[in-house]
Write a protein that binds this ligand. Structure first.
Ligand SMILES: [Zn+2]
Length: 283
């Protein structure tokens, strides 16, 4: 048994240190990070995606809506009664599955991301994410043969360094392209958290997609290093909900190492994974 491969990694020790809240659906594991922040994990699908509920006094952000396998809105309604705005870190399927349940959906002002959110994923496309071996027990009410990700309307386009006032809590939007062209990170100035989306998580970072851009990714991680003094912990979009900010420095170093040592291959289809301590990078 390889302990680094899902699902053998479950339960993840760092998540077990967090305080767990009872969820409605067994599909979610909910952890409270502080009085005003919750992490909603979906550990029973291989991506182990994480969405976050960020509460202010007047309104809240739901950063990503997960895979849409179980109803995330019902979980959110149990946690807060204030108005909730969905913000997508980017438009990949595992971060926007339940967008369609919400009235407000905000995303970075990038055509590629907006177009994908407004298009959705068909039943055929969704089959790819739910192949045997990619999931454990599914919720009883979930019909795997009908699994699709519905389109959602983008109601606001975000800009770089825009500040969102939630009422006694300000969130700053940082455009961090690389993984995808409109990827963002959110900086929380109240608890000094950085929600890193897919730009960083402890796992295999994907810089190999057609929509990925290595030079942009490198610039983005160096930009995030510049914010490190204002940050205490990272809240990534996969695997672990609360990790040390020191990862920012090691990821920047890792990308520099790749850039300086990489031999450009003639066969572009040949993907390579570079391993570092605590994460790896796929190009
Ligand atoms: Zn992604």
């Amino acid at each position: 048994m390889n302990n680094t491969i899902w699902p053998n990694v479950l339960p993840r020790p760092s998540n077990q240190k967090l305080s767990q809240i009872k969820s409605i659906s067994p599909w979610f594991q909910i952890f409270q990070l502080n009085k005003h922040t919750y992490a909603l994990l979906e550990p029973f699908q291989a991506e182990e995606v994480i969405s976050y509920l960020i509460l202010g006094e007047d309104r809240a952000i739901l950063l990503d809506t997960g895979m849409g396998v179980a109803n995330i809105q019902a979980e959110i309604e149990k946690l807060t009664q204030i108005p909730v705005i969905v913000i997508n870190s980017h438009s990949h399927y595992d971060h926007r599955g339940d967008n369609h349940r919400f009235d407000e959906v905000w995303v970075y002002n990038n055509e590629w991301e907006v177009e994908r959110l407004e298009r959705g994923y068909s039943i055929d496309q969704c089959k790819e994410f739910m192949q045997p071996g990619m999931y454990l027990e599914l919720p009883l009410e979930f019909e795997i043969a009908e699994y699709q990700i519905r389109p959602s309307s983008v109601t606001k386009r975000l800009t770089h360094q825009e500040v969102i006032d939630l009422g006694k809590r300000s969130i700053i939007v940082h455009h961090t392209p690389g993984h995808s062209p409109g990827s963002i990170c959110l900086q929380d100035t109240q608890y000094d958290l950085l929600f890193t989306g897919d730009t960083f998580y402890p796992g295999v970072l994907y810089a190999h997609f057609q929509e990925s851009n290595l030079n942009d990714y490198i610039k983005s991680v160096h930009y995030l290093v510049g914010l490190a003094d204002e940050i205490d912990h990272l809240c990534p979009a996969h695997n672990e909900a609360y990790v040390t900010k020191e990862f920012l420095f090691s990821v920047a170093e890792a990308f520099d190492h790749i850039k300086n040592n990489r031999k450009v291959k003639s066969d572009e289809s040949n993907k390579t994974e570079y391993s570092f301590i605590g994460f790896s990078i796929k190009l």
